[in-house]
Design a protein around this ligand. Sequence first.
Ligand code: PLP
Length: 407
Amino acid sequence: MRRFDPEQAMVETRRVFGEHGGVVPSIERSSTFSVLEPGTMPEIFAGEKNPEMGGCFLYSRHFNPTVNVLSRYLSAMEGTEAGICTATGMGAITVTILQICKLGSHLVSSNTIYGGTHAFIKEVLPEMGIESTFVDPTDLGAVEAAIRPETKMIYVETMGNPKLNIADLPALSKLAREHDVKLVVDNTFTPVMISAKELGADVVLYSLTKFINGASDLMGGAVLADKNFIFELMDLHKGRAMLLGPAMDSRVAFDIAQRLPLLPLRMREHSRRTLAIAEAMAEMGVAISYPGLKSHPQHELISSLVNESYGYGGLLTVDCQTLKKAEHLMSVLQNQEKFGIIAVSLGYYDTLLSCPGSSTSSEISEDEQRKMGLSPGLVRVSIGLSGSLSVRIEQMKRALIEVGLAE
Ligand code: PLP
């Protein structure tokens, strides 16, 4: 039996019609909003009124009607009470951390997370008097041992970037409750596939730039949580989202909202193709990691977390051991086989290839990369939706043979 059905939950969200009854929402481009009576303005600033409480939009860095439509669809997808959208994923991550952690706070973070988040936690937070401990998220003992009296949050990615290791969200949530800390989960790699809030996350974060948008043409982020936390973030006098100002533009919100209904279909197809390619690579004896393969160390765990029918996601990695070999493989895949494009990011409809050790995780020192088991020759592949699957498999097989990773 399914725990939660994100696709159905999105469909059942109140549909927003356009101003003239259009089947799509209107784009509200105003930066500022009129109030009917001057006395309403102080009520808005006192936090007594906002779009969710007694109406009243104020200013688009606070709440915007079109951005709210996207936030509402995303919070329905995740099963949270509320949400806000931001200009980028980093905007969502940084305001959330700064809302929960203040001077003197400590946080426990997974050591396998996106390099930008890692750099923010490691380099920027100490300058604000916020300490952190990085741990292997799959080692629950290490997570618990790192918790201190001043710890405010456990931060993980459901599927870690770039190692594709899986966080045991129900177990981490139990730990978080026992120690009265918040479990904050970046679910960017596994939207609709894994419902992080249903599995115990207090705050769910997304980079919408990836699978949720799906076309690599727009940037965005989201914070999905209970109403109290969202209102705290948007508090006009103290809210980190309001005051640091990573607001999403209404035109971007409209475009992403239009692509959201196709997300479940896209995720299923990403997963179907990635599994087929991963199986073909595994048969050739290549050092491949894909959570959908039984050889993945957390295959059983992820099988217990995924929502039925979405598969195991659109990312796989192959360890080529050395950077030179990784570059050779990416070059053959891009320039000879036309299998994919060498570019950072993921979740695009075309295949993207990158070598995280020297790109998106290069903020992490070589020593730490070694400790977290990140090989310099690791190639991360975000499998796209384009082309014939059988041709794609043949292209990959030829490339692996050409660079000497298989015979
Ligand atoms: N979270 C994860 C897992 C990511 O991979 C990335 C970017 O690669 C981000 C967050 C940051 O998102 P954005 O680039 O939209 O700021």
